[in-house]
Design a protein around this ligand. Sequence first.
Ligand code: URA
Length: 433
Amino acid sequence: MDILKILDKKREGKELEKKEIEFFVENYTNGTIPDYQAAALIMAICINGMTADEILSLTMAMANSGDILDLKDISKNIVDKHSTGGVGDKVTIILAPIIASLGIPVAKMSGRGLGITGGTADKLESIPGYNVNLSIEEFKKNVKDIKISLISQTLNLAPADKKIYALRDTISCAKSVPLIASSIMSKKIAAGANHIVLDVTCGSGAFMKTKAEAKNLAKMMNLIGEWSKRETKCIITSMDEPLGYAVGNNLEIIEAVKALKGDMPEDIKEVVLTLGAYMIRLAKKGDNIVENKEKILKVINNGKAFKKFKELVEKQGGDISYIEDIEKFEKAKYIMPVLSEKSGFVEKLDANIVGQVSVDLGAGRKQKEDIIDNAVGITLVKKISDEVKKGDILAYVHASTPEKATEAVENMQKAYKFTSKKVKKPNTILEVV
Ligand code: URA
C-alpha cells in the first residue's frame, strides 16, 4: 500500500477503505510514516471529514494499535468517563473518587492538554510525586484494591491516538468530529470499561461551538459505543464560560480538593451530579437519577469521597500532605488583579480567551515539548450574571513574570462583556443524548 495514494484520495474527499486506514494507523504508530505525511492526512480529514464507516475503522484501528485491557476479572461493570475538553474542567478529579467511594470501580486513562483545553493527566501531575505512568499490572491492581486508578496514556493503550493527538495539537487540527470521536472512543475501548459516560462540551471554550455540533459529536460517539458494545451516554454541557473559578494546574487541583470537601461551585456541582448519576445508572447501581444524585451528595458530606481521593493519590505515589494542606502548593510569583473598567452585569465571560490567557501564562503547551508551569493560571472572581462596579476585581492572574502578568491582565479584560440589564445564570447541563 502507498501512503501517497491514501493522501491523494483523502485530499480529493473520497472515502478511505478500512485496510487503508489500518495501514496508516499501523505505520504511523511504528514510525514508518513520518510526521509530515501524517500531518497532511490529518489535515485532509479535518477539512473533508469522514463517513461513519471510516470513523469506525479509524477508532478500531487506533484501539487495536496497542493492548486492549480486559477488566472483567475485576468487575462486570467498570465505568469510565471522558470530556471532549474544556477550560477549567476538573470534573474527573472530583467525580472519579466519588464514584469509587460508592463501590463502583473507575479505571480511567486521561489525556494531556490539547489546544486551550487543559488535560487531567497534567493536572494530576501537579500533585508532587503523583505518577500517571503506571504499568498495566499496577493500573489493574489499583482498581482491584481501591476501586480507582487515574493514569495518562503512557501504557501501551491506543498508542496511535497518543501520537495523532499530540500531532493534531500542533497543526491546528484539534477541532474535528471524526478525530475527536475516534480519539476518545479508541482510548475508552482500549482501557477496558464497558460503560462510558461522556461530557460533550459546547461553547466558546470547547471544540464544538454550538449545541448542534456537540449533538452531532455525541451521536457519533454513541454510535461507536453501540458498534463496540460499550454502553455509552453523552451529556452535553455548556463551556461558554470556564467551569468553576480556577484555571491552571495547581489552582484546579486546589479547587477540586475543596469540591471534594463540599465547597463546590454551582456549575461544577451540576456537571458532577449529572454525569455521576448516569455513571451509577450504567454501573447498574441505581436507576433513579434523582436518588443517584443524593448518593453522591452523601459521600461528599460524610467525607468518603475525599478519603478515596487521598487513597488514590497515595497509591499513585503522590504526596498527600498537599491534599491535606492545599497551602503547600507552589504559588505563582506574581498575582495581579484584573479590575473592571465598567459597571453592570457580566453578560459574557469568554472561555476561549481565558483558555488562551492560561496557555500564554504557561499553564498549557504551545509546542509538543513545552514544559508546563503548574503554578500559573487564572482565578475568576466574577462570572456570568454577577453584578460588578467599576474598579471591582474580576479575576486574578497568576504569572511567572511581571511582563506576563501585565499582558494577561490586558487580555483578560477582553474576556468580559457587560450589560446594564440583569442577566440570568446560564444552564450548565444542556441535554442528555
Ligand atoms: N479528548 C480526547 O481524548 N481526544 C480529543 O480529540 C479531544 C478531547
